[in-house]
Design a protein around this ligand. Structure first.
Ligand code: GDP
Ligand code: MG
Ligand code: ZN
Length: 307
């Protein structure tokens, strides 16, 4: 039998067969991608082949080749990768300015991971009700909108609480499989619950004291919002250790840098300190945003302890 993995809970996977029935499956054998060891060999979004055994559960014995996947370094076993989801059409990042704050470094890492597979990206600032009359924050969000739309990232603000821009968000999900990622506490589950009453994900009370969400969504899970429209809710990601991307490749996953890459004086330029670097020049004259460039530096080995 063939099916779509819609949920992963540790060693068990919910697989939806062509006829719509859901079978609890385990995995037989070892699966590796590009030689990387992973904590979850099968991910939500995978198309798998499985056989049903006597007790009614299934055994997955084959994974169809993935068109793409988002992977991060495992937080528990750092030599391992953890696949967030596979075969997605759109990588959505839910961010917040406060409660909790999403750093630009985190946002850019996520965008780079998606860009490495040319997965279209949508950046959503949620909880706009908390700052829609704060001029300073509005100006800041306006700047971010300019930076990100300029590099081809779709950008929007919304409030799951008041419903502001919820319909716009719903439109952007239509006829796609979207991965919904973000720190814990940014409102992912709240948004999905608003989009569809049958989703019913647990929502955490943000502890105002720690200004941090507690983890309520433990495993990734895919939901069908309407025909051909799927969303994948993921557990909150604390940090995004990139995996299987080489330093030399990173600049290619910054779309605004691509035009300058052939123009540096040295053809092995790292764009960190070299004279005659076209990227550094572009940062100086404002063609590349300084915050994006800082994110680039933080991702290149030697500049960051997380890699
Ligand atoms: N003010 C405000 N709070 C929100 C909004 N969306 C979610 N929250 C709150 O943020 C907290 C975390 O939400 P949750 O959906 O569990 O976040 P998740 O960890 O990303 O799934 C909850 O207390 C929600 O009520 C919003 O648009 N505005
Ligand atoms: Mg959640
Ligand atoms: Zn350079």
């Amino acid at each position: 039998m063939k099916g779509l993995v819609i949920k992963s809970t540790g060693s068990w996977y919910d697989v939806k067969g062509d006829d719509g029935t859901i079978v609890k499956c385990r995995v037989r054998g070892k699966f590796k991608i590009k030689g990387i060891r992973v904590t979850n060999p099968v991910a939500v979004g995978d198309i798998v082949h499985f056989e049903v055994i006597r007790d009614g559960t299934g055994i997955i014995h084959k994974i169809e080749p993935r068109t793409n996947y988002l992977i991060r370094r495992s937080t528990r076993k750092t030599a391992y990768g953890h696949i967030l989801a596979a075969n997605i059409d759109q990588a959505v990042l839910i961010a917040t300015v406060t409660f909790p704050r999403t750093s630009l470094g985190f946002i850019d890492r996520y965008l780079v991971a998606a860009e490495s597979f040319r997965i279209p990206q949508l950046l959503v600032f949620n909880k706009s009700d908390m700052w829609n009359d704060d001029k300073e924050i509005l100006a800041y969000v306006g700047e971010l909108k300019e930076i990100y739309t300029n590099i081809g990232v779709d950008f929007m603000t919304m409030s799951a609480k008041t419903g502001d821009n919820l319909d716009l968000f719903r439109d952007k999900l239509k006829k796609k499989i979207s991965l919904i990622a973000g720190h814990s506490g940014v409102g992912k589950s709240t948004i999905l619950n608003k989009l569809s009453p049958h989703i019913n994900q647990k929502v955490a009370e943000v502890s105002t004291f720690a200004n941090k969400g507690t983890h309520t969504t433990t495993f990734a899970e895919m939901f069908e919002l309407e025909k051909d429209t799927y969303v994948i809710d993921t557990p909150g990601i604390k940090e995004l250790g990139l995996i299987d991307i080489y330093d030399e490749e990173i600049s290619h996953f910054f779309p605004e840098m691509r035009a300058f890459l052939g123009k540096c004086k040295f053809n092995n330029c790292t764009h960190i300190h070299e004279p005659g670097c076209a990227v550094i020049e572009a940062v100086k004259n404002g063609e590349i945003s300084i915050t994006r460039y800082e994110s680039y530096l933080s991702m290149v080995a030697g500049f960051d302890s997380h890699r």
